[in-house]
Design a protein around this ligand. Structure first.
Ligand code: GRF
Length: 199
């Protein structure tokens, strides 16, 4: 079968440091995929500017005043013509509706700043810091209908020894996230290009 390059959209809501790490690897040729769009659920997200500066197409949907269902209908309408193989969530702060999860079943990936079996939802680094953990694990997982409940694809340990502030915990964690996410995506995309794309 002819190899094909996976087409992906990256979904963000804020700063976009994970997105930027991915885009830099795509630009450098060390992560083989076509980023068809970076979408933000917040027009003011700093990540949009970062993506534009790197020359990638961006779009913003404004969630204010919209129901979850209406927002995701608009998101689907935006994504559908792009013929995507993967949705890559990178600091995307909204829970996807079951309709989107079904449409891209097992093709939505997220990165979480903790072990998803121990901590779900927001503030994973604060959670680790307040418990005084000696290390924490960041997780790349598939997205299902729950909050950080999808199948774990990979985890990496973050050494927290001597970390005195939550900012330091986050700084160390993000450095690990930035490496791990592209590694895992690279593996997924490689399997994709040898097996064929989305149905
Ligand atoms: C990261 O810690 C990620 O694990 C979590 O949200 C944060 C996003 O940061 N899901 P950034 O926008 O990628 O800088």
């Amino acid at each position: 079968m002819e190899a094909r390059t996976p087409r992906v959209a990256i979904l963000i809501s804020g700063r976009g440091s994970n997105m930027e790490a991915i885009l830099r690897n795509v630009r450098a040729g060390t992560l083989a995929c076509e980023v068809a769009l970076v979408v933000s659920s917040r027009p003011e997200a700093g990540g949009l500017e970062r993506a534009r500066a790197l020359g990638f197409p961006t779009a913003a949907l404004d969630a204010r005043g919209l129901s979850r269902e209406e927002f995701d209908r608009r998101l689907r309408a935006l994504l559908e013509p792009l013929r995507l193989d993967w949705l890559v969530l990178a600091g995307y702060l909204r829970l996807l509706t079951p309709e989107i999860v079904r449409r891209y079943r097992d093709r939505i990936v997220n990165i979480h700043p903790a072990d998803t079996r121990l901590h779900q939802g927001l503030h994973g680094y604060r959670w680790a810091f307040e418990r005084g953990l000696a290390s924490t694990w960041v997780t790349v997982h598939l997205v299902d209908e729950g909050i950080d409940t999808g199948r774990i694809l990979a985890q990496a340990e973050v050494d927290l020894a001597g970390a005195r502030t939550v900012e330091e915990v986050e700084r160390r964690g993000l450095a690990v996230e930035h490496r791990l996410y592209s590694e895992v995506l690279g593996q997924l995309f490689q399997e994709e290009s040898t097996e064929g794309g989305a149905p």
